[in-house]
Design a protein around this ligand. Structure first.
Ligand SMILES: Nc1ncnc2c1ncn2[C@@H]1O[C@H](COP(=O)(O)OP(=O)(O)OP(=O)(O)O)[C@@H](O)[C@H]1O
Length: 119
C-alpha cells in the first residue's frame, strides 16, 4: 500500500467533508440531529444491537446527504440553465436523502419510544 497516496486520499476526503459542512445547511442539521440521537442513546443506555442500527441509520443519512451534495455540484457544473434531466437528477438525489431521513425517524421512534414509556 502506498501510504503517501492514502494520506492524500484521506486529505481530499476530509477537504470534501469540510466543504460540504461549510456550504450545506441540511448536512449541518443532519449532523446536529445525529449528535442529539447519539447523546440520547448514551443517556438511556441502548443495547449493542440498538447502537448498531442507530449508527448505521445516522451514517446512511449523512452519507446520502454528502452524495446528494456532490450530485448537486456536478449538475451545476454541467448546466446552470433549466434542464429536465438536471431537475430529475437533483430531485432524485434529494428523494434519496428524504427516504433515508423518514426511515431514520421511524427507527428512532422504534428504538427510543420503549425507553421513554418505561420511565
Ligand atoms: N439546472 C436545473 N434545471 C432544472 N431544475 C433545476 C436546476 N437546478 C435546480 N433545479 C430544481 O431546483 C431544485 C433546487 O435546486 P438547488 O440546486 O437549489 O438544490 P437544493 O437541494 O435546494 O440545494 P441546496 O441544498 O444547496 O440549497 C432542484 O431539486 C430541482 O428541482
Amino acid at each position: 500500500m502506498n501510504w503517501q497516496k492514502e494520506k492524500k486520499r484521506f486529505a481530499c476526503a476530509w477537504a470534501g467533508m469540510r466543504t460540504a459542512i461549510k456550504e450545506e445547511e441540511h448536512l449541518r442539521v443532519h449532523i446536529a440531529l445525529a449528535v442529539v440521537a447519539i447523546a440520547a442513546a448514551a443517556v438511556v443506555r441502548i443495547s449493542k444491537w440498538e447502537w448498531l442500527i442507530l449508527l448505521l441509520t445516522v451514517g446512511s443519512v449523512i452519507t446520502l446527504e454528502l452524495i446528494n451534495t456532490a450530485i448537486e455540484r456536478v449538475v451545476n457544473l454541467v448546466t446552470t440553465d433549466f434542464h429536465p434531466l438536471a431537475k430529475a437528477a437533483k430531485d432524485i438525489a434529494a428523494a434519496a436523502v428524504l427516504f433515508a431521513a423518514i426511515v431514520a425517524v421511524a427507527i428512532g421512534i422504534i428504538i427510543f419510544l420503549p425507553y421513554m414509556i418505561d420511565k
